[in-house]
Design a protein around this ligand. Structure first.
Ligand code: AMP
Ligand code: MG
Length: 315
């Protein structure tokens, strides 16, 4: 299959309406989209990504009206978050509408919903005129794609089109909050910080980073964000051993940056989040064997960075 490269959101949307799989830019990472109500297209997403069938997809909407097509009801906690954070990098889980194909939610009776804020994503989703089911546009288990080139490297020749846009501004996935149960729970830290969420929803349960909630979010069971190099977490940049096959990423300076095959010193945690997945991919291309990643304070977007680093480092 030849993968079409386009910069035209309307052309990309027409393909989705015809049942095609189209990757598109968002403010978090690139998504691999299909008409959420087309069961064959949804099945194709799992097939091309080689995504485990028990890992549900996020359904992307352009406007609030589309919520009624995919959700059975919106609890008060969910509505509070939707009113404050949509459009933006937050995913809210609510009870699903029975007409949604079961594969979208991996058979669960809840559905994950997000309304992206990225202008190209919004033009694309508006033109689709249907909710769009979309996981991250990477091969399952690989770092999420934050550039259209990364999408092409992972999925080129296996998907119908890539809607080209700039590199993702956040570079890290959306925050996922489960509002389908009595007490809302943060399932996945992401680009919207826990602090911002708690400010408007004081009842939100924010698990400690080490605590995992696999039963509530099937996707968290699977190994994620795995670069081919081995990832070593360090507290102090001095712990990184300079070598041509070693890389360093962090917010503190190493003594000898040129002694590393790849080195990125981010000016703050936000930049760390933005470049992390692309850095992992660059390290692979450069045959780096060991990536030293400096730990950050687990607040704000640092919580999401630490979550991804731990997953990448997990054996
Ligand atoms: P990704 O597509 O890589 O952004 O992953 C989507 C994330 O949302 C995964 O961690 C899923 O487990 C989670 N997710 C999606 N739908 C649900 C749901 N209905 N219940 C719990 N978690 C969900
Ligand atoms: Mg993913």
């Amino acid at each position: 299959m030849k993968t079409l490269l386009t910069e035209d959101p309307a052309a990309a949307a027409a393909l989705v309406q015809g049942g095609a799989l189209v990757a598109f830019p968002t403010e978090t990472v690139y998504g691999l989209g299909a008409d959420a109500f087309n069961a064959d297209s949804v099945a194709a997403i799992f097939h091309v990504k080689e995504r485990p069938a028990d890992n549900p997809l996020i359904v992307h909407i352009a406007c609030h009206d589309q919520l009624a097509d995919i959700a059975a009801s919106i609890p008060r906690s969910g509505q509070t978050l939707i009113d404050r954070f949509f459009p933006g990098p937050l995913t809210v889980i609510v009870r699903r509408h029975t007409s949604l194909p079961p594969a979208v939610t991996a058979g669960l009776d809840s559905v994950a919903v997000r309304m992206p804020s990225h202008p190209i994503a919004r033009r694309f989703l508006n033109a689709c005129q249907c909710p769009v089911a979309a996981p991250s546009a990477n091969h399952s288990g690989r770092p999420s794609a934050t550039t259209w080139e990364a999408v092409r490297d992972d999925l080129g020749g296996r998907i119908d089109a890539i809607l080209r846009g700039p590199p993702s501004e956040q570079g890290i996935e959306s925050t996922v909050v489960d509002c389908s149960q009595e007490i809302p729970v943060l399932l996945r830290p992401g680009a919207t910080s826990a602090e911002e969420l708690v400010a408007v929803l004081p009842s939100l349960r924010v698990p400690r980073l080490a605590e995992s909630l696999p039963a509530r979010s099937p996707g968290l069971r699977h190994r994620h964000y795995a670069p081919r190099a081995s990832v070593v977490l360090i507290k102090d940049p001095k712990e990184a051993q300079p070598h041509a096959a070693h890389a360093f990423i962090g917010t503190g300076a190493v003594q000898d940056p040129s002694g590393f095959g790849r080195c990125h010193i981010a000016s703050d945690v936000k930049e760390y989040a933005r470049v992390l997945f692309d850095f992992f991919r660059q390290c692979e291309a450069a045959d780096i064997r060991t990536v030293y990643c400096q730990e950050v304070i687990g607040s704000g977007v640092g919580r999401a960075v630490m979550d991804r680093l731990r997953r990448a480092a997990a054996k």
